[in-house]
Design a binder for this molecule. Structure first.
Ligand code: G6P
Length: 361
């Protein structure tokens, strides 16, 4: 336990480690406005036509984040829950890159999926935190997220480092694939990425998550909604919340709220509404819809946004490029889950029934 230092839990320590872990993730990988990975020469993805991301749990949400950024460059992209790989995969051949996103590099479902992809002819790449892990050894190539060891069962800093590594990877792939169109404001996006550690620091210093967790504590259910990039953050926010508080939490694509979940909405169901500054209109309208049914709305994102004006409460993040805003919102949601679990006196670092790495199918 000495490893926890000044913190009550490893989870809080790992949340607070993110400015450092993210700096390590980024270091040396942005050169003259271009993305470079050690061991992967420029041009190494030029024969790739389809990219499949396979992952489980939190890593799946990071994979969703990366997949959306890659799709925006015009590269054919799939994101698959590893356990569903066999039944859900599209065609696979030598022009397919299967990317296993796995913190531990040991998740049985993910290893199985990537082996299946390799059997079908795909080239494979592991994006992992653990040097020498099974995924890293078995894949054709490996990229490390460099988050450092994570002890808390609920993944926090590794999600942030995975999402950033995948964002960088998508820019590398798009630069290599001849038919891809690099995103228009790539230079600004990469510049802002270098400021992400300081933005995370500012969230950690100014957060109201502790108070908000207390105010919303006796709710019946906790809903998290977002659109586009924020959808993956909503799913991750809900997963974290249920993992460590044991309260019922669900994440939805904002536009899906009215297709069923709205029936559950009452004044006992806070709706955490995540936005980035692009493609948020559906989040705003669906949040208002829930609010008119009595639900308190918490706006999670930067200032200067229409959602802020209608929200009942706020978890604010600094202004940044929309691609990174969701990752800052996610830090606020990590803190919200942590403080709610602490107030409920849960065993935060070791939630019941869960394991850090699941090595059985
Ligand atoms: C378990 C953990 C999750 C993790 C998932 C995938 O379910 O409890 O926190 O996201 O495995 O793990 P991986 O090591 O493959 O990222």
């Amino acid at each position: 336990d000495a490893g926890k230092g000044e913190y009550d839990h490893y989870m809080l320590k790992e949340i607070h480690n993110q400015p450092t872990s993210l700096s390590n993730t980024i270091e040396g990988r942005i050169e003259d406005g271009d993305v470079a990975f050690e061991d992967l020469a420029a041009g190494s993805f030029e024969d790739i036509e389809t990219v499949q991301f396979v992952a489980c749990g939190t890593s799946y949400h990071a994979a969703m984040y990366g997949a959306q950024l890659l799709r925006a460059t015009g590269v054919r992209t799939e994101v698959l829950r590893a356990s569903e790989y066999e039944s859900m995969t599209g065609p696979v051949d030598e022009a397919t890159l299967a990317v296993a996103v796995t913190q531990s590099g040991e998740t049985a479902d993910t290893l199985d999926a990537v082996r299946e992809a390799a059997d079908r002819g795909a080239r494979t790449l592991a994006v992992t935190n653990v040097v020498g892990s099974t995924a890293a050894r078995e894949a054709d190539d490996a990229i490390y997220i460099r988050a450092g060891p994570e002890v808390g069962v609920a993944a926090t800093k590794t999600f942030s480092s995975q999402a950033v590594t995948l964002a960088l990877l998508t820019q590398r792939i798009a630069a290599d694939v001849p038919s891809a169109t690099p995103v228009e404001d790539r230079a600004t996006m990469l510049e802002e990425l270098q400021r992400l550690p300081e933005h995370v620091e500012s969230v950690l210093e100014t957060t109201d998550a502790d108070d908000l967790a207390r105010e919303t504590l006796d709710s019946e259910s906790y809903f998290f909604i977002g659109n586009g990039l924020s959808h993956s953050v909503a799913l991750e926010g809900a997963l974290k919340f249920k993992e460590i508080t044991y309260e019922h939490a669900e994440g939805f694509a904002a536009g899906q709220l009215k297709h069923g979940p709205l029936a559950l909405v009452t004044d006992e169901t806070p709706v955490f509404s995540i936005y980035t500054g692009i493609g948020d209109e559906k989040t705003r309208t669906n949040a208002i819809e829930a609010q008119s049914r009595g639900a308190p709305i918490v706006a999670v994102g930067p200032d200067d946004h229409p959602l802020v004006e209608v929200a009942d409460a706020r978890l604010a993040v600094p202004d940044t490029h929309p691609v990174w805003a969701g990752l800052l919102a996610n830090v606020q949601l990590q803190l919200l889950s942590y403080h709610a679990a602490k107030q409920l006196d849960r065993p935060i670092d070791k939630p019941r029934n869960l394991a850090k790495s699941v090595t059985v199918e």
